[in-house]
Ligand binder design. Structure first.
Ligand code: BGP
Length: 476
């Protein structure tokens, strides 16, 4: 085989909090992401450093977003026109359980997602459902302190049970937590965590991570019990760290940085805490609240596949003088002189995708799924379309790299969903102008506008990529 497998899942990805809007409709409860403003306070709130309730006069564009809640039929029809074989979207927890801890689900929320799934199935598009993509009901944050509390495991499993039962036979591919490692970098956005003065943040984050890891393992088990056909994956914000020089100190630092991310997948895929993590926690006084039976839960709940997002690689060095010279997907890094950068300073590294695919496959020997990749760029509308040749170039080079990983290296890759297949709100900045889509949405920074959907040049390009199963990657 010197091309993509015939059943390769081409498609695109979105997340509820960045596209749905309608934040008070259908009985939906408030979610952490509704309280994260755009602008200069976004980052401090997302990191749990500033309590969003103390702020005034902020803007919250994601509450309206691109109003996918009312446009999903039109959007999925456009995905079908491109030939999508898979559509990744996420569930807003507080649509199903407005407070997060009710005994019975909110039927209106379930019906909404059922309609989305049915609409996908109508076009033979496989739904790929992220159960939690940066999403925690505010009530659970205020009442229980979110994932720092073990009770969250039960609430999350209740959500999982509801989804697995209701959508049995309609959804096969699930992801338990989006970018689970983001809990260390944006604890409020990723997991609803806030901190008390003087608290050991690392301790709280790893405790919360343990609860998510337990919840994820139990969800895998439950999914298989409810339907043995279910395939459940973990999800990592990936991208390898390259040593800045061949100085062994830098090489060791790159191993340390990679392990910070691998830790999560090591547990989710192998089923136990790796030795390096135990040692690090011991050294740093991080106490993980293991309870009886946790080891068994982790062992029995290993994932079926490993999904990840890839935007950039990183550079590792112990030299304090050169830290933070490059931006990346949340992780600040060191500028790599061999690479170009996007308008937002994320370094573009297609070969890094092949390197990441190989590292993950060598390490876990499980099927992989690229569930996010793409270029956030400013687009200019011209005669009802966008000539986004820059986006096409970015995606083409990344697709070539993943083809090499399959064809030359033998990596088992299930599919590829580009991030933000339709323009949506940026997670890191809250901007609308940072666009990733094949489909342009007429909306300004406050999400005001006609919300009309327009096909970009990349729309037709990706349509042809899918039609030829990746054989034709150049512009016609
Ligand atoms: C990932 C998130 C997505 C998405 C993407 C692009 O971290 O899983 O939600 O937003 O990054 O990042 P941004 O929107 O900040 O450009």
């Amino acid at each position: 085989m010197n091309t993509f497998p015939t059943n390769f899942l081409w498609g695109g990805a979105t997340a509820a909090n960045q596209c749905e809007g309608a934040y008070l409709e259908g009985g939906r409860g408030l979610s952490n992401v509704d309280l994260i403003p755009s602008g200069e306070n976004r980052y401090p709130v997302a990191c749990g450093e500033v309590d969003p309730k103390t702020l005034h006069g902020e803007r919250f564009p994601s509450r309206k977003a691109i109003d996918a809640y009312h446009h999903y039929q039109e959007d999925i029809a456009l995905f079908a026109e491109m030939g999508f074989r898979v559509y990744r979207f996420s569930i807003c927890w507080s649509r199903i359980f407005p407070n997060g801890n009710e005994a019975e689900p909110n039927e209106a929320g379930l019906q909404f997602y059922e309609s989305v799934i049915d609409e996908c199935r109508k076009y033979n598009i496989e739904p790929l459902v992220t159960i939690s993509h940066f999403d925690v009901p505010v009530h659970l944050i205020e009442t229980y302190g979110s994932w720092r509390n073990r009770k969250m495991v039960d609430f999350y499993l209740n959500l999982c049970r509801t989804l697995f039962t209701r959508f049995r036979g309609k959804v096969k591919y699930w992801i338990t937590f989006n970018e689970i490692n983001m809990i260390l970098h944006m604890p409020y956005m990723a997991a609803g965590l806030t901190f008390l003065p003087g608290e050991n943040k690392q301790d709280v984050c790893y405790t919360a991570a343990h609860h998510e890891l337990i919840a994820s393992a139990l969800a895998v088990k439950l999914a298989h019990e409810i339907d043995p056909n279910n395939m459940v994956g973990c999800m990592l914000a990936a991208g390898n760290a390259y040593p800045h020089t061949c100085n062994p100190i830098d090489v060791m630092e790159s191993i340390r940085m990679d392990r910070e991310n691998y830790f999560f997948v090591d547990v989710q895929s192998r089923g136990y805490y790796p030795a390096y993590a135990r040692k690090q926690m011991e050294r740093e006084g991080i106490h993980i609240p293991f309870v009886d039976g946790d080891e068994k839960i982790l062992r029995q709940g290993t994932v079926d596949y490993i999904s990840f997002s890839y935007y950039n690689s990183m550079v590792a060095s112990r030299d304090p003088e050169i830290q933070g010279t490059a931006k990346g997907n949340i992780f600040a890094s060191i500028e790599n002189p061999y690479l170009e950068s996007s308008e937002w300073g994320w370094q573009i590294d297609p070969l890094g995708l092949r390197i990441t695919l190989n590292s993950l496959y060598d390490r876990y020997q499980k099927p992989l799924f690229i569930v996010e990749n793409g270029l956030g760029a400013r687009d200019t509308l011209c005669d009802g379309t966008v000539h986004d040749t820059y986006r096409i170039a970015y995606l083409r080079e990344h697709i070539k790299a993943m083809k090499d990983a399959i064809v030359i290296d033998g990596v088992d890759l299930l599919g590829y969903t580009t991030w933000g297949c339709i323009d949506l709100i940026s997670a890191s900045t809250g901007e609308m102008r940072k666009r990733y889509g094949f489909i342009y949405v007429d909306a300004d920074e406050n999400c005001e506008g006609s919300l009309q959907r327009l096909r970009k040049q990349s729309f037709y390009w990706y349509q042809n990529v899918i039609r030829t199963n990746g054989a034709q990657l150049d512009l016609e």
